[in-house]
Ligand binder design. Structure first.
Ligand code: IMP
Ligand code: MG
Length: 190
């Protein structure tokens, strides 16, 4: 854990309060989840992995390279929060899929499920396109914050009700390139 903080450039080291999930723990969990996905989709010809931008970009790269069954990759971009740290419940599609998903097996890859409002919208939207199957993988979940129930098949880690950054997750577009999940010092927000 401390290795993660010790190796930070000074600009980040001043801002990070605590490491919640270390880079080593993330790697180990992804190894296990990729094995599960390989096994669950062993009979699928071409699994479509859909990353939700921007938060899932780091996870997509690391997860997709661990999966050994045939896959295709696509991305959607949605906006839910803007620069704030709480959900408005309003979801906008900024970038849609490049591919048709009717009859395909789809795995949505998310950085974090908080209220669940973003995925609730996304799931409804994608289901209406009649995929053969659709499941969700998320790196993080904050179950205590849920406002709508979301059926999540693969979960990396549960985190408490605190705002987290790193490994794709941002605060005001920063900290996405941290290799671990951490919290920020209160001064950063003011
Ligand atoms: P939800 O709609 O409330 O479930 O929020 C989902 C989106 O909000 C995620 O995909 C993230 O982009 C963002 N989000 C939620 N919690 C956090 C957090 O603690 N840190 C950074 N982004 C977050
Ligand atoms: Mg975000």
């Amino acid at each position: 854990m401390n290795d993660d903080i010790d190796s930070l450039p000074p600009a980040f080291a001043d801002d990070v309060e605590e490491v919640l999930v270390s880079s080593a723990d993330i790697r180990a969990r992804l190894d296990a989840l990729a094995l599960e996905i390989d096994r669950d989709y062993a009979d699928v010809d071409d699994l479509l992995i859909v990353g939700v931008l921007k938060g899932a970009y780091v996870l997509m790269s690391d997860l997709a390279r661990r999966i050994t069954i045939p896959t295709s990759v696509d991305f959607m971009a949605v906006s839910s929060y803007g620069a704030a740290t709480t959900s408005s419940g309003v979801v906008r599609i900024l970038k849609d899929l490049d591919t048709e998903i009717e009859g395909r097996d789809v795995l949505i890859v998310e950085d974090i499920i908080d209220s669940g409002l973003t995925l609730d919208y996304l799931l409804g939207n994608l289901r209406s396109r009649r995929p053969s199957s659709i499941e969700i993988m998320t790196l993080l979940t904050k179950p205590s914050r849920r406002r709508v129930e979301i059926p999540v098949k693969y979960v990396g880690f549960e985190v408490p009700d605190v705002f987290v950054v790193g490994y794709g997750l941002d605060y005001d577009e920063h900290y996405r390139n941290l290799d671990f999940i951490g919290t920020l010092r209160p001064e950063v927000y003011s």
